[in-house]
Design a protein around this ligand. Structure first.
Ligand SMILES: *[C@@H]1O[C@H](CO)[C@@H](O)[C@H](O)[C@H]1NC(C)=O
Ligand SMILES: *[C@@H]1O[C@H](CO)[C@@H](O)[C@H](O)[C@H]1NC(C)=O
Ligand SMILES: *[C@@H]1O[C@H](CO)[C@@H](O)[C@H](O)[C@H]1NC(C)=O
Ligand SMILES: *[C@@H]1O[C@H](CO)[C@@H](O)[C@H](O)[C@H]1NC(C)=O
Ligand SMILES: *[C@@H]1O[C@H](CO)[C@@H](O)[C@H](O)[C@H]1NC(C)=O
Ligand SMILES: *[C@@H]1O[C@H](CO)[C@@H](O)[C@H](O)[C@H]1NC(C)=O
Ligand SMILES: *[C@@H]1O[C@H](CO)[C@@H](O)[C@H](O)[C@H]1NC(C)=O
Length: 761
């Protein structure tokens, strides 16, 4: 019996499916003959191998009419995304070159940089940094954010946009009488006051100035009662989510796989770009942005009613202090190489090396009512910065006494202002916006709803996770996760590893990991949710005061994370590892990527392949260095590509940089894993519906093409359109509705070019 996997595959193909066997293609003829031979063997084998289901699948996929069309509202909407243009089989020649362009997808031109190729250890830290700085503000805005449809084929939004839209829909859904929980009512009210652009304009800078009075005043704009430095700092950090001199957040230790969460202390976010000198290993505020920075400082002071003759002095000192602090910051890659990340230290020891801050008191305030003691461990991500910061504060205090000024206090007030700008009138926002444009920010301004959804999520993350799960991620989501992970395990078990010890370790780990929907670990019921938000009292018209309450909610959420180790994954869209769990955030399961009424071929082809890709990226660092297949498989796919696209001019461009090699393997594996998962689900329920006349594997492959073209954040690492992978898959597999070959191109890729591992298919 021939062990060749190609043969194994052809067992699933009936002769009449072999396309155009009468054409004089030597490869095909050869295939056909072997196929007949194998068919004979097949009959002996079929029962034991349990292939019935596969042939059933095949027969079904030939008969489009056998799959009833899906007519749910979600499907009707999804069908806008599908047309013959996204069907890889409709134009096999264009297909491998510019399939993504064919349907009018716009993302081609504006490929999006993905932060870090996620094989870097600092991915996690980066993510936190983003969360911490409200970094989501910088998400891409897709052409169709507003649901524009000018006759061209609709592109999928990126996943972040899709999630924000889903949340918006929840927040805007009509109030269903008494059945809606009190907590949900509050979230909706917060969102509504945020969307009301008018009310902040009426009160202008008044609320901020009033708040300053409550905090003890500000010498720049009036009286200052000289409150103690530590007291003010503690207040800002614990009540206003404002971290002027260093930032504080919660997360696990990178090296420890236990689920224990720690307080983490990091550099603060500075308002200006910082240059890193890689020779001297020193940071310096970019001088060319200091002037715009100074100007924006003056504008803020003017908005707060400070006479303009005070600008020079206060803004000068403010900039001087900021840039002095920034000197000791360093970029992640440097901190990684110097082992400055995740430095474990007790609070007591931290007090000794950085005495200008009252660490215990301020951490106790931030995490009240949790007990924090001197001997607790915190993780510091740049201790030299913390030491420098402390020393700077000491020196400036001395200066302050001499000069009679209040730069340390001013610095803190400006940090507070930055935190509160979203709740102030639009002149503040415009000033911030103009400054960020001056520093080279080319992002379009996010629509108001976008910012409001993000702000609502900051305070109501637990509620929104719950709501998304209730509305979107039901049983079908659990099944998808289960099938994708099982099929992924199968794929990984089948790899050939460089050495036994590391493969044992990796496989054991992969088997011990347990994928789960995020809210399972902290799914609160309605009663608990209402309790969580019990103390929140929102005003009908006063967004500023609502915003302050949201900051307090954020503080509580930080405490919950520290005490329970569970985060409501609110806006998260990528899986992460936490202890022995792989957390699959509910935010992945939103339209148009997933819906419980969709044909499963669509769910598996779209979200299934995205999830497989995310999981592979998550587990990749270990796999890629220790297994042999990734390199050989990606080279196989690449030779395949060269063999069909080779032009005289292109010959010789054989090498592929490692990062691209790796991505080719990930994407091709993700396609295989998702397909295998779909088959697994088909084994359980051997029926499915259709969409736009497409069904089963045909719909699966079209969905895969669609989603990799539109919404794949890793596409820039691909050396070709990822949809070409369908061509590779179909050149070897009997599952495809037909072979994907371009007839007017002589294709002479070797028959053995399988590019896939044995257990799948
Ligand atoms: C991981 O953390 C746990 C709990 O804090 C601790 O007992 C264990 O020693 C740590 N393991 C390593 C490798 O640091
Ligand atoms: C600023 O100008 C005001 C009047 O416009 C004046 O009273 C004040 O003394 C000036 N302050 C400084 C520091 O020049
Ligand atoms: C803050 O408190 C600490 C601990 O009590 C103290 O050593 C430090 O001098 C205070 N910092 C300032 C700037 O007052
Ligand atoms: C921002 O820049 C625009 C265009 O340069 C200008 O018209 C506007 O007045 C500026 N707004 C503020 C608040 O500085
Ligand atoms: C790994 O294990 C297999 C069987 O378990 C054995 O045949 C092989 O020699 C081992 N390889 C190494 C490098 O130890
Ligand atoms: C919600 O959970 C709490 C604690 O787990 C429990 O005591 C309560 O009965 C639950 N309420 C509902 C309505 O299920
Ligand atoms: C194949 O032929 C079709 C029409 O016959 C043509 O449009 C297409 O460009 C050709 N493709 C290639 C790769 O030559």
């Amino acid at each position: 019996m021939d062990e060749n996997p190609a043969v194994h595959q052809e067992m699933f193909t009936t002769p009449e499916e072999q396309p155009r066997s009468d054409e004089p293609n030597p490869v095909d003829c050869n295939k056909y003959r072997r196929c007949l031979l194998v068919l004979f063997a097949f009959s002996l084998f079929a029962t034991t191998l349990g292939l019935g289901i596969y042939s059933h699948l095949q027969k079904e996929s030939q008969l489009k009419s056998a799959a009833p069309p899906c007519l749910s509202p979600a499907c009707l909407k999804a069908s806008e995304h599908f047309s013959v243009a996204m069907d890889p089989f409709s134009h096999p020649c264009d297909y491998f070159l510019f399939a993504c362009g064919a349907g009018g997808s716009s993302t081609n031109k504006e490929r999006q940089r993905v932060k870090g190729s996620s094989n870097e250890d600092n991915g996690e830290l980066d993510k936190k940094r983003q969360v911490r700085t409200g970094g989501l503000v910088r998400m891409r805005r897709e052409a169709d954010v507003q649901g524009k449809s000018d006759g061209r084929l609709n592109t999928f939004p990126d996943r972040q946009t899709a999630l924000l839209k889903a949340i918006k829909e929840i927040l805007e859904s009509p109030e269903e009488g008494v059945s809606m929980s009190a907590a949900e009512q509050k979230a909706k009210k917060f969102f509504k006051t945020c969307m009301d652009a008018e009310s902040p304009e009426k009160v202008r800078s008044e609320p901020f100035l009033t708040l300053l009075q409550q905090l003890g005043g500000w010498a720049v704009s009036g009286e200052w009662n000289q409150k103690d430095f530590n007291t003010t700092l503690t207040l800002l950090m614990s009540q206003y989510s404002t971290f002027p001199f260093f930032s504080v957040y919660v997360g696990p230790d990178s090296e420890n796989t236990s689920n224990q969460h720690y307080i983490q202390i990091d550099e603060p976010h500075f308002q200006f770009p910082i240059d890193w000198n890689s020779k001297t290993h020193k940071s310096k505020a970019s001088t060319r942005y200091l002037r715009p920075f100074y100007l924006s400082c003056g504008q803020y002071l003017a908005l707060l009613g400070v006479p303009s003759n005070k600008t020079t002095q206060h803004c000068g000192l403010y900039i001087s202090l900021s840039t002095t602090l920034a000197v000791a910051t360093s970029p992640l890659h440097y901190r990684l190489s110097q082992k400055l990340l995740y430095h474990r230290i007790t609070i007591q020891a931290l007090q000794t090396v950085a005495p200008a801050i009252d660490w215990l008191a301020c951490l106790q305030a931030i995490f009240q009512p949790l007990p924090i003691s001197q001997s607790d461990i915190v993780l510091v991500h740049n201790l030299p910065y913390i030491v420098h910061m402390s020393e700077t504060i000491r020196q400036w205090r001395v200066k302050q006494e001499i000069m009679g000024t209040i730069p340390l206090h001013t610095y803190m007030i400006f940090s507070l202002l930055q935190t509160l700008i979203p709740a102030l009138d639009s002149r503040f926002f415009q000033t911030m916006r103009n400054y960020s444009i001056a520093t080279g920010d080319t992002q379009e301004e996010m629509p108001r709803w976008w910012r409001c959804v993000q702000q609502t999520e900051r305070g109501f993350d637990a509620l929104l996770s719950h709501a998304i799960r209730e509305r979107h991620a039901q049983k079908e989501a659990e099944e998808l996760i289960h099938d994708v992970y099982s099929s992924l395990k199968k794929k990984l078990t089948d790899l050939s590893w460089r050495d036994n010890k590391s493969s044992d370790f990796i496989l054991k780990r992969i088997k011990s990991l347990n994928p789960r929907l995020s809210t399972k670990t902290n799914d609160l019921n309605h009663t608990e949710l209402n309790h969580l938000y019990a103390e929140v009292v929102l005003e009908e018209e006063d967004f500023f005061s609502n915003y302050l309450q949201m900051l307090v909610l954020e503080q509580k959420s930080r405490c919950r994370l520290l005490s329970h180790g569970t985060r409501a994954e609110g806006l998260s869209i990528t899986p992460s590892i936490s202890g022995n769990d792989i957390i699959i955030p509910v935010g992945m399961f939103v339209l148009p990527f997933f819906h419980s009424s969709y044909p499963r071929a669509l769910n598996y082809g779209t979200l299934g392949s995205l999830m497989a890709k995310d999981l592979l990226h998550l587990l990749l660092p270990d796999i890629y260095t220790q297994a042999n297949n990734p390199v050989s498989e990606s080279m196989c796919v690449w030779s395949h590509y060269l063999s069909v696209t080779k032009d005289p001019g292109q010959a010789g461009t054989f090498s592929l940089p490692p990062s691209k090699q790796q991505e080719v393997w990930v994407q091709y594996s993700a396609l295989q894993v998702a397909l295998d998962a779909y088959k697994m689900s088909f084994t359980r329920h051997p029926t499915d519906s259709s969409l736009s006349g497409l069904s089963y594997i045909h719909l699966f492959l079209s969905s895969f093409t669609k989603v990799t073209c539109d919404a794949d954040p890793y596409r820039e690492f691909m050396p070709f359109e990822p949809s070409f992978l369908v061509t590779v898959l179909c050149s070897n597999s009997g599952f495809c509705p037909k072979l994907l070959t371009c007839l007017n191109k002589s294709q002479s890729y070797p028959h053995e070019m399988l590019c896939q591992s044995r257990t799948l298919h």
